[in-house]
Write a protein that binds this ligand. Sequence first.
Ligand SMILES: Cc1ncc(COP(=O)(O)O)c(C=O)c1O
Length: 314
Amino acid sequence: MELRNTPVDVIEFLGHQVYVKRDDLLDVAFSGNKARKFYHFLQQDLSQVDILVGHGSAQANSLYSLSALAKIKQCQLYYYVDHLPQYLIDNPQGNYRAALELGANIMVTEPSEITVIEYIQQYVLPALTTQGQVAVFIPEGGRCQYAETGLKILADEIMAWAESNSYADIRVVLPAGTGTTALFLQKHLPFEVQTCACVGGDGYLKQQFSELCADESLHPTIMTADKKYHFGKLYLAFYHIWAQLKQTTNIEFDLLYDPLAWLCLQREFSIANENSAVGLESSDNRPILYIHQGGLQGNETMLPRYLRKLAFVK
Ligand SMILES: Cc1ncc(COP(=O)(O)O)c(C=O)c1O
């Protein structure tokens, strides 16, 4: 499976040119940053492995990608969640539905004092070993050192692209959740990587960076949003910028992460436009390369939520 060398499109946003690295086009089931983060496992010989063990939310993009990985590798996927809404069980949709279709076993951990990871480490993995099953545990969302292999390849593609366009310096922009993608890109790129904290705020993101890499000089720059947005909540500003981009560029972005990064760019471009209207030169003319990290399966559930909210607001 050749999962690399995605195209770069150029779009215009508020009169500014932005290049978009189309990692959403890597593969239908195995796309975006998950394909990059799980590349290590994809390349590995897992023929002796019976079960991949993962955990996270029942609607996570990584659930879908892990299911695709398990299918490609002809293993089972045991995926643990700490809760599963009855509504979702009755009406499977989005990543959850797609994962079930790929054969994922999605299980709810027993309610207890311990976390899902502890449950997996204390009960699931030892039980599988006792049963003679070979299992590989993959941390939530691919937040681990393994992710570096595939992200280094992405960094190499970015450098080759910049060189072929004779750009000596560029800015790489992408939204962050765990920060894994942004961090490993920054580690392997000579360009500045700029990101924004979609989950848990700037402090949480810095902490995530430090857990993966102690050297702060290798951390990406955090773009600060105009206000605090809570992950997974609906914001009309998110929907409007998403719809505007879809309409004007024909590119569909994800509705959970991408809108915040585009709002940060929107703020920056608006200021630059105001400055240029009064004759002030922009101080930063580096070309921008935006990394599209996929996640479109999740829009299947986010979009109806937004449409319900919009109908309510009208
Ligand atoms: C579509 C999309 N964008 C951005 C992110 C954030 O990636 P990371 O957790 O590596 O910061 C994710 C989650 O992995 C995602 O699914």
